[in-house]
Write a protein that binds this ligand. Structure first.
Ligand SMILES: Nc1ncnc2c1ncn2[C@@H]1O[C@H](COP(=O)(O)OP(=O)(O)O)[C@@H](O)[C@H]1O
Ligand SMILES: Cc1ncc(C[n+]2csc(CCOP(=O)(O)OP(=O)(O)O)c2C)c(N)n1
Ligand SMILES: [Mg+2]
Ligand SMILES: [Mg+2]
Ligand SMILES: [Mg+2]
Length: 327
């Protein structure tokens, strides 16, 4: 990198989409003006080379796209609208070209344009080790409309916004074959799910606008794990009905154990899962289909103490395997 400051300038936005940005990139900190009647929602997630991505599993541009996407997903899981983001990047002294770094930012710029979010700050450092990219997203939620993990009640319906397991299946193929897995057209949707997940912001905002009592979480560590977080936060048990899960046809030729490893414990689907009362489920289901958005009923909520069960052929089995854990 010739000059750190020129580099920062080159990846900054020429102008901001939101007039609420009073000070963006270029001073000691950014300043924005919050909108009255809204709460601010803020989240941060880090992606580490070797842990979250490798050059063999995610191309540079998609690495940027994904780093922003996983954070937009957390905003979606609260029912929020994203507004601004900040990027901290630790660049190894060797192994990454300036062109690849530019591509990482291209990926972020592409997704930020789609969701109308502004890059308002960040940090750039060098490191002897792996590339680390940390993104912070700030958004807003109309007061009283936040969607928490702790909102589930016995009798609720469990739902998910899309297929689970695609990202984990894609990752498995990428780890086996590297980026040439993309040569097989039948793998494309799975590679996309892993490399460039789409944050379910439209669904999250629609759920928040619906204005009913809803619990919500995004699937980063695996469906069973996210359901457990809802179960624990709400003090109930969650039952996942295996036969109702939207599972890709091609999974069915694999053993049940394999299917479960992707669908229940795989992670990085970045779909939204949550619960709602049966009455509100009916109207939500109609609302989503009127907008052409998928929403699947995949289980139920029972009185309990933070456990998750998988129901299959009339039997309830405790989901005791873990999703992705760093420690
Ligand atoms: N190192 C940390 N310091 C403080 N809070 C943290 C840290 N790591 C995670 N958290 C907080 O713990 C909660 C759960 O984090 P995490 O499991 O990463 O959520 P998610 O899967 O939605 O990203 C969040 O509120 C997050 O902000
Ligand atoms: C090379 C590689 N190996 C394994 C994985 C799988 N993986 C890494 S982190 C993770 C879970 C999600 O990441 P985390 O940092 O826990 O996100 P958060 O829960 O904070 O949103 C998964 C499934 C991967 N993405 N890439
Ligand atoms: Mg996190
Ligand atoms: Mg989350
Ligand atoms: Mg996690």
């Amino acid at each position: 990198m010739n000059n750190e400051f020129e580099w920062i300038k080159s990846v900054s936005q020429p102008s901001y989409r939101h007039s609420s940005v009073k000070v963006g990139v270029g001073d000691d900190a950014a300043i924005y003006e919050p909108q009255k009647g809204y709460e601010q929602v803020v989240t941060v997630d880090t992606m580490v080379e070797g842990v979250h991505f490798k050059k063999e599993t995610v191309p540079a541009k998609a690495t940027g796209y994904k780093a922003l996407a996983v954070n937009l997903s957390d905003i979606a899981a609260m029912g929020g609208r994203p507004l601004y983001y900040l990027v901290s990047i630790a660049v190894p002294k060797r192994g990454w070209t300036q062109e690849e770094l530019r591509e990482i930012y291209e990926g972020m710029h592409e997704l930020s344009e789609k969701w109308h979010v502004d890059l308002i700050g960040g940090d750039t450092v060098s490191t002897d080790d792996a590339l680390v990219i940390t993104v912070t997203v700030i958004g807003e939620i109309k007061s009283g409309r936040r969607l928490l993990r702790s909102n589930a009640k016995a009798g609720d319906v469990l739902f998910i916004t899309g297929a689970a397991g695609s990202s984990a299946y894609g990752l498995e193929k990428l780890l086996e074959q590297g980026l040439k897995a993309a040569d097989d057209p039948s793998l494309k949707p799975f590679l996309k799910a892993h490399q460039e997940p789409e944050p379910q912001l439209q669904a999250g905002m629609l759920l928040a606008e619906a204005g009913c009592r809803l619990s919500l979480n995004d699937v980063s560590d695996g469906l069973a794990h996210e359901a457990k977080e809802i179960a624990e936060a709400s003090g109930i048990d969650v039952i996942i009905d295996w036969n109702r899960l939207p599972i890709h046809e091609s999974f069915k030729e694999y053993s049940l154990e394999k299917q479960e490893s992707w669908v229940l414990y795989g992670g990085e689907d970045f779909q939204l899962t949550g619960t709602v009362s049966p009455e509100d489920w009916e109207s939500l289901s109609r609302l989503f289909s009127s907008k052409g958005l998928p929403l699947f009923r995949i289980g139920s909520v029972e009185p309990g103490s933070g456990k998750v069960y998988i129901e299959r052929e009339g039997k309830k089995i405790l989901a005791d395997k873990q999703g992705y854990h760093h420690f």
